[in-house]
Ligand binder design. Structure first.
Ligand code: PBG
Length: 332
């Protein structure tokens, strides 16, 4: 008998791994289509589809094509789609007024998807980076992000998204106090049942690079986001951010990026028990795609394994650009 079996010296783990039936019986978590949220990029025009260079297989779609994609996603059983707009640079202003235009690209996309595919939940992004020329998530005053003024703008943005029919609001800006302010404003307008998924533990990460290409913000970004996103070396700060957002009225919380922060996912789920999500961000997607394109990794297996990791860490779901591909495999 091999040594070192811990407190159960008669255990041989190979017994319960010995065939598929035993492996199925002893599996502790599952990856399901219901765990997926699909982030998508929308652009202006009709029948327009441009490839995002740093994210092979990902496209910016005009609303008509996005609606088709949303219908397909609904058919695959994907529960939610998350919209990010590629905003015309001509519409970008210092005060980001386009963010709360009821007919801006994102709000038109929300309405079109809710009309055509009412059973897929539409999640939004609440942050100002698509709407100004400097690429920051807030309003900048003398080189500093003005927290409270930004929160007022985010509230207007959220109200416009609520009126457009969004199901899940996704504040990704990391300003202080925004969840409470959003919740108050929504309740005042009668949107008592509108869900907020807070980007509660969002790190200042280099893994967002390809996303910033996709939304046209990378050339623009002046400096970095370290004054409002979390330092990658901090764990307790992330837990405090999550606790704060839950107290302020978040229904669901997100950890972002995903794979380098699985410890945070586990701890958030164990400590608070709230619905917890990871965002497998653009850079994580790009790494897997790049290695697969070189023949260095089996891209599909690694894709699935990375998502299993989130589930094992305790996440209830994952925002992933792989969502349609994964859904097809899981449905097969
Ligand atoms: C910006 C936002 C970012 C992402 C989602 N919303 C980038 C950033 O904070 O600079 C990143 C998503 C990804 O990398 O896939 N509000």
């Amino acid at each position: 008998m091999p040594a070192n079996q811990g407190p159960f010296p008669r255990t041989r783990f190979r017994r319960t791994r010995s065939d598929a039936a035993l492996r199925n019986l002893t599996r502790e978590t599952e990856l399901s289509v219901h765990d997926l949220i699909w982030p998508v990029f929308v652009r202006d025009g009709t029948s327009e589809r441009d490839a995002v260079a740093s994210m092979p297989g990902v496209y910016r779609l005009s609303i008509d094509l996005l609606v088709k994609a949303a219908k397909e996603a609904q058919g695959l059983g994907i529960p939610a789609i998350c919209i990010f707009p590629y905003t015309d640079p001509a519409l970008k202003t210092a005060l980001c007024e386009e963010a709360w235009n009821p007919d801006n690209l994102a709000n038109r996309a929300i309405r079109a998807i809710k009309d055509a595919a009412p059973d897929i939940a539409v999640m939004t992004d609440i942050a100002l980076d698509p709407y100004n020329a400097h690429g920051h998530d807030g309003i900048v005053r003398d080189g500093i992000i003005a927290n409270d003024e930004t929160v007022e703008a985010l509230v207007k943005m959220a109200q416009a998204q609520a009126r457009a029919g969004a199901d899940i609001l996704g504040p990704s800006d990391m300003m202080d106090g925004r969840i409470g302010a959003l919740r108050d404003a929504l309740e005042a307008e009668g949107y008592v049942n509108l869900t907020i998924m807070s980007y509660a533990a969002k790190y200042a990460s280099a893994f967002y690079g390809p996303f910033r290409d996709a939304v046209g913000a990378s050339g623009a970004l002046k400096g970095d986001k370290k004054t409002y996103q979390i330092d990658p070396l901090n764990r307790q700060e992330a837990l405090r951010c999550v606790e704060r957002d839950l107290r302020e009225g978040a229904d669901m919380v997100m950890i972002k990026p995903g794979l380098p922060y699985l410890d945070i996912c586990r701890e958030v789920k164990e400590r608070f028990g709230a619905p917890t999500y990871a965002y497998q961000v653009s850079g994580e997607y790009a790494m897997i795609k790049a290695a697969a394109a070189n023949g260095w990794l089996d891209g599909e297996q690694v894709m699935l394994e990375s998502l299993m990791g989130f589930r094992r860490a305790g996440c209830d779901g994952v925002l992933t650009y792989f969502a349609p591909r994964v859904a097809r495999i899981l449905n097969a």
